[in-house]
Write a new protein. Structure first.
Lengths: 187, 122
């Protein structure tokens, strides 16, 4: 993947496919360490499945026998000296608190660190494709925080779909403004 | 600032327009967004379709959606165009520029851009 934001888009899709009602994408940047967490309240995975998703020859897809999403994310973080952990609770084990928590850490000063890229575009793509599920995006840096919670937007929009073009434009503009406010602090 | 008040205004404007589109009539543009598609550059292709369809005022007749792996990863980004009563058209190795052309000629003009279809490229 050319940008980490594409890994984020790809792995967050798994959460949606797991039936998550809320998928959280959390980025924390501090002292040359970037922590990415993707947290969902989907159906969860058994221990065996959690172990096997890092294996490229495991996949839920039916058209191919390989699944590269998690292996690619693992590669992207480990090549910077970081690591990937996955914890998951199945629906059977806990009917209320089930879900999956993927954590990847990156050393941003490592030469093999893949640039984060356009995370806003990935968030927008997720919303475009899955207007009926909720996303919480939060990017914390030393210069401030960018945050978007579709549950708040949904409250305003009521039955107007989140992926209406005008709404998507608003979301894109809102994220851009938040990022601009950040860079003014950090520069 | 893109405020919630502005969002509220969008909502009020759109409220009456919502129920209009339902069912399978019209054209459906489906972009493959699995790992293979994303890695090959499907995100900007999808964006180009979403943007272009709205800029051309086609949103009443054309829906742009995402799907998983279509099964021909080596030809990603793959875009399928479904239209009732017509054969499915599969565009392969797409780019935002090619998307623009497909919007102009195919979605707007009704003419399949055959040079980008799987039959020509493969």
């Amino acid at each position: 993947m050319k940008e980490l934001s594409l890994n984020i888009l790809d792995v967050a899709e798994n959460s949606v496919k797991a039936g998550a009602t809320l998928t959280q994408i959390l980025l924390t940047e501090h002292d040359n360490v970037l922590k990415l967490e993707i947290v969902d309240d989907g159906c969860g995975m058994s221990e065996d499945v959690v172990r096997s998703v890092v294996d490229p020859f495991y996949t839920t897809r039916t058209t191919r026998k390989v699944g590269m999403g998690i292996p690619l994310l693992k590669l992207a973080c480990e090549q910077t000296g970081g690591s990937l952990t996955i914890s998951s609770v199945t629906q059977e084990a806990d009917p209320v608190g089930h879900g999956t928590h993927v954590t990847a850490t990156f050393h941003t000063d490592h030469i093999d660190f893949t640039p984060l890229g356009d995370v806003s575009a990935s968030v927008l793509t997720l919303i475009q494709g899955h207007p009926d599920t909720d996303f919480l995006f939060r990017h914390e840096t030393d210069g401030g925080v960018v945050e978007l919670d579709t549950r708040e937007l949904r409250e305003v929009l009521e039955d107007v779909p989140l992926n209406s073009y005008d709404v998507m434009q608003w979301i894109g503009g809102n994220l851009q403004e938040q990022y601009e406010a950040l860079s003014q602090v950090t520069v | 600032m893109k405020s919630l008040a502005e969002l509220q205004a969008i909502k009020n404007r759109m409220k009456d327009r919502v129920v209009l589109r339902d069912g399978m009539e019209g054209i459906r543009v489906v972009v493959g967004m699995a790992t293979c598609g994303i890695a090959a550059g499907a995100r900007p292709v999808l964006n180009a379709f979403v943007e272009g369809v709205n800029k051309e005022g086609l949103e009443g007749n054309v829906t742009v959606t995402q799907t998983g792996c279509i099964g021909i990863c080596q030809y990603e980004p793959v875009v399928e165009v479904f239209e009732a009563g017509k054969e499915k058209v599969t565009y392969v190795k797409m780019t935002p520029e090619k998307a623009q052309e497909v919007i102009e000629k195919h979605l707007k003009g009704g003419e399949v851009v055959s040079e980008y279809t799987i039959g020509t490229v493969a």
